[in-house]
Write a protein that binds this ligand. Sequence first.
Ligand code: SF4
Ligand code: SF4
Length: 321
Amino acid sequence: MAAGVAGSGVVTPPLRIAVASGKGGTGKTTVATSLALSLQTSAVSERPPQSEEAFLPPIYLDCDVEAPNAHLFLAPTFERRQDVTILIPQVDSARCTACGMCAEVCQYHAIAVLGKRTLVFPQLCHGCGSCTLVCPESAISEEPNVIGILEAGTAAHGISFARGVLDVGEPMATPVIRQLKKWAIPADDSAGSVVILDAPPGTSCPVVETVRGADYLLLVTEPTPFGLHDLRLAAEVAAELGIPAGVVVNRDGIGDTGVDAFCAAAGLPILLRIPFERIIAEGIAQGRTLVDIHPEYRALFRAMFQQITTLMRQHNARHAT
Ligand code: SF4
Ligand code: SF4
């Protein structure tokens, strides 16, 4: 049984839908925010059809911690905050014999022995703790180092909203995303809520960390050669992680048919097409959401969500045997 799509009374983890794109500027946040607003039934007077999946309260996580921007569209009020820290080694020079074992074990070159001195480079350190473990003199202790912050609260129409923000100059987004997911996603939920994970652009470690554990991956692209190139990379990530994926084609009508051909060949369903329209581009530039600009898209996003739950069930049934 898929997460969060359980029958009445059964406690399951929330259903997690990650929204990603191989590159920035494809409309990933446009899709993620509009999906959240469409699932939040209190936002609309016309309620969706009576079905289990249609009444799931969304939790929105902005995992683009280097440049979060979903707050511009969902206008959250933050009620909770928590620092993100990683443990950085501190070397006790009185104990250190400059044996070099810590530098040997560090795959990130974040600690080095120069002559009789052992130096730590916090900007390179991933806080893995290996150097502390191998030090034969117990010369290394660990101190928390703040690299960012988590914020959570309530956004437009009562949507639960959380985001991570990496401190300027800090290089490691992955620990912030990992701690954000742990902090903001309930371990289980008998009501069967939906978590929407707004991923960073690209296909590197922060995206993998965001998408890891997702039940479904929504890939947002545009029908251009650049869009196709990055869609291929994002689809590879989905395949490697074994996550079922579908595609939203944004700015449909520009470019060519390469994305359609790729999706057909790769067995990736195209779940929604959003045409290229000046009114949409202008509205989004002003901080409006797609479903605000075109309210009829709520029904389309709800229908897409229903399709996702069906595809998930089929995927899970295929992989259960
Ligand atoms: S904690 Fe890990 S990454 Fe940091 S210096 Fe030690 S071994 Fe290297
Ligand atoms: S492993 Fe310990 S004793 Fe050896 S160089 Fe590193 S800090 Fe010094």
